[in-house]
Design a protein around this ligand. Structure first.
Ligand SMILES: Nc1ncnc2c1ncn2[C@@H]1O[C@H](COP(=O)(O)OP(=O)(O)OP(=O)(O)O)[C@@H](O)[C@H]1O
Ligand SMILES: [Mg+2]
Length: 382
């Protein structure tokens, strides 16, 4: 059965909600020769927006586009490997001439490519260990793109990951490459807000002032609510706009959780039937249940003091003055220095976020899970 609320794989244009302005800005920035840094909290829609822009004729017809998710990489060597592999795959699908140039250009690992005996095309049979000098190989990859017969767009998704590599000079190294490339434009996307903003907005860092910044906010209610109602309607189901708004409020506009809810609620609503608040409540209970295994795992790995602080912040939703005597007393915490240490650790793990001295749990569903642990009868959506 077709489900118009897509939560995995690529999203056909008609099921992609809004993001018209953002799409324009991405395409405008890149086609003017600039680079772009795309930031948002988790699961707001960065990766899908990049894919969506890549599919637009302005990009698809005029550029070679490359998309590299580097979340799983933990060194320059792995970065280079992932980059090389994605460039290879993309060129394989698009241009035999460029593919050959690419393989020949990678002199540092040239002997390592295989050949398909039937089509005579190169095959990517490289192992991570084949990259002996990643800086050389990286230069070769960039050189090849610089010489390509069409301009290139390279998106590094989860870019903040490079700050976790053991090598210390990665930001400067990449920055120096990027500065010298005129045929290659970049999108850097990332979700760990404190890392990305520091990397691009702190004047002491190599990437400072090198890109336009696009912050992705929740899709506005004026777009999202009609989108949901429309698709329920098309598939002969009914939903009330004000109930869609309740879900929007509950998840604070988080694209993934809203789409997940309506994806499941759609399944739970028969043709000709109505998706009621009760349906939505049951759907959310199901989503929480499904996520709870993962959340339990997270909780099992963090010490008690950090957990106490998490519970306290979850209860407050937006917690202020968490190191004050009042807050510590209210939640029976140990001391302000203990709270400070716990907060620092939780922020590092991305389980807690601080903005202007206000602390909150960035994953709304995790917060709801914690709230429910404290109060098993808690019913979301009123
Ligand atoms: N414009 C949109 N219309 C419909 N659904 C969308 C849209 N943007 C994102 N989504 C949905 O939201 C989910 C999250 O999107 P995406 O993976 O792009 O977010 P992200 O910001 O890259 O997340 P992460 O921080 O985890 O990498 C996707 O599963 C997708 O189904
Ligand atoms: Mg993403």
């Amino acid at each position: 059965m077709n489900n118009p609320f897509i939560i995995t794989g690529s999203i056909p244009e008609e099921y992609f909600c809004d993001r018209r302005e953002e799409t324009k800005k991405v395409i405008r920035t890149l086609s003017n020769g600039g680079n772009l840094c795309l930031i948002s909290p988790r699961r707001m829609g960065k990766s899908k927006l990049i894919r969506f822009c890549y599919d637009k004729p302005e990009c698809a017809d005029n550029y070679y586009t490359f998309y590299i998710d580097i979340l799983h990489t933990s060194s320059l060597r792995e970065f280079t490997y992932a980059f090389g592999q994605k460039v290879f795959e993309a060129l394989h699908a698009k241009s035999r001439k460029m593919l050959t140039a690419f393989v020949q250009g990678l002199k540092s690992i040239n002997a390592k490519f295989g050949f398909d005996p039937i089509s005579n095309a190169p095959t990517f049979s490289l192992e991570l260990g084949d990259i002996i000098r990643p800086e050389f190989t990286l230069t070769e990859i960039f050189d090849c793109l610089e010489k390509a017969d069409k301009p290139c767009i390279v998106a590094f998704d989860e870019f903040q990951q490079i700050t976790k590599y053991p090598e210390k000079n990665i930001e400067a190294l990449l920055r120096s490459h990027i500065q010298h490339l005129s045929n290659v434009h970049f999108i850097f996307a990332g979700s760990e807000h404190h890392l990305v903003t520091e990397m691009f907005l702190s004047s002491a860092r190599p990437f400072y002032n090198s890109t336009s910044i696009l912050e992705l906010h929740p899709i506005v209610t004026e777009e999202y609510i009609p989108f949901v109602c429309h698709w329920f309607d098309v598939y002969e189901r009914n939903i009330d706009a004000k109930d869609v708004l309740e879900i929007y409020r509950l998840f604070e506009g988080n694209t993934y959780y809203m789409q997940k809810t309506f994806h499941e609620a759609f399944i739970n609503t028969p043709v000709g039937g109505a998706c009621t608040l009760d349906t939505l409540r049951r759907t959310i209970d199901g989503i929480l249940e499904e996520a709870s295994d993962g959340y339990r795992q997270i909780l099992s790995r963090i010490p008690e003091r950090q957990k106490e602080l998490l519970y306290a912040v979850a209860t407050e939703v937006k917690a202020e003055k968490i190191m004050s005597a009042g807050f510590i007393r209210k939640y029976s915490l140990v001391s302000s220095s203990a709270v400070q240490a716990a907060a620092r650790k939780l922020i590092e793990l991305d389980l807690l976020t601080e903005e202007d001295n206000v602390y909150f749990i960035p994953d709304v569903l995790f917060r709801m899970y914690l709230q429910r642990l404290k109060n098993t009868n808690l019913i979301f959506i009123i």
